[in-house]
Design a protein around this ligand. Structure first.
Ligand code: PPY
Length: 307
């Protein structure tokens, strides 16, 4: 049975997401203590794929994931899912909220309950740990007083008691997760796909605008753009772009080829079905039929059959 890595230990949001992402096939889920090690296990062939968090509707991208996707051998996303995130406060038995002096969680979870912590535990020390379930484990071990965790974490740490339920500052927050594997056969286009890339552009006037123009000229809808520092050269950035469409679509293929000519580096991070399965709007001049028709016309002109 294929083994699939996820950000563990058991009881994380990523475990829930990875179960969804692998619902169509039999798989053994294996917990790893960080996103970089989970992705390294995919690269080394220790596991077939990994489920990783990529962005959240409140706190934005998960930098550890973006950075780990750009180093070492390329990996590609083959599926995405969205998981609603709500948080509980878990503590050792006998402790009341007023006695909580230390609270631990994943940095994204701490950020998403910042308001609640400010009001209810303003004096508690906050500790960032590798995941929400790692925080629950640390509380069970006596390292901290309370953990901000997913409700399911209590199934794995039954000694903990729930002091509060549903404390997220934004009630409907969702996190997007990807299933990532080594490059190979791509998922078939479905008509409701997303393509992700990472590009490094030169530090010259207009290069970002030119890159975006390659997409807009072809009627491609950009759904996310963000930058991360390249790290070894101050002031240089990597741009992460998500847009509607599949690399097999002519408009996407042509745009990617244009970006490859313009950018110093382009890393293809996958074409995969969108979680909401909603086809994006494609204007008629950017449709497959329009590209086909114009390509046939051009061929005829080049062969001297048309003018
Ligand atoms: O720590 C977890 O449970 C994770 O899966 C990472 C995370 C943290 C907060 C919101 C969404 C995902």
């Amino acid at each position: 049975m294929p083994e699939i890595a996820y950000l563990g230990p058991p009881g994380t949001f990523t475990e829930q997401a990875t179960r969804r992402l692998t619902a169509d096939f039999e798989a053994d889920l294996v917990p790893y203590e960080g996103v970089p090690v989970a992705l390294a296990a995919v690269r080394s062939g220790e596991v077939l794929a990994a489920g990783v968090p990529v962005e959240n509707s409140v706190e934005g991208s998960v930098p550890a994931t973006l950075d780990a996707l750009t180093v070492d051998d390329p990996l590609v996303a083959v599926a995405e899912t969205m998981v609603p995130v709500q948080f509980d406060v878990l503590a050792r038995p006998g402790l009341e909220l007023s006695q909580v002096n230390t609270v631990a969680s994943h940095p994204h979870a701490l950020a998403q309950v910042r308001g609640w912590l400010g009001e209810n535990l303003p004096k508690a020390e906050q500790h960032a740990v590798a995941s929400t379930a790692a925080a629950a484990a640390a509380v069970a071990n006596g390292e901290f007083d309370a953990a901000i965790s997913a409700a399911v974490a209590r199934e794995h740490y039954p000694s903990l008691v729930r002091l509060e339920h549903g404390i997220a500052d934004v009630a409907d927050a969702v996190t997007r997760f990807l299933l990532v594997r080594k490059p190979g056969a791509l998922p078939e286009p479905t008509g409701a796909d997303r393509t992700s890339i990472c590009a490094v552009i030169s530090d010259e006037v207009g290069t970002l605008a030119d890159m975006l123009a390659e997409l807009s000229l072809r009627g491609i809808n950009l759904s996310r753009i963000e930058s991360r520092p390249v790290k070894d050269r101050f002031g240089h950035y990597r741009f992460f772009l998500d847009f509607d469409g599949h690399v097999a679509d002519t408009r996407i293929g042509e745009a990617l080829a244009a970006l490859k000519r313009r950018c110093s580096t382009v890393r293809f991070l996958g074409s995969y079905p969108k979680a909401d399965r909603k086809p994006g709007y494609v204007r008629s001049a950017a449709s497959e039929q329009a590209f086909d028709k114009s390509a046939r016309w051009l061929e005829a002109v080049r062969e001297g059959r048309l003018a």
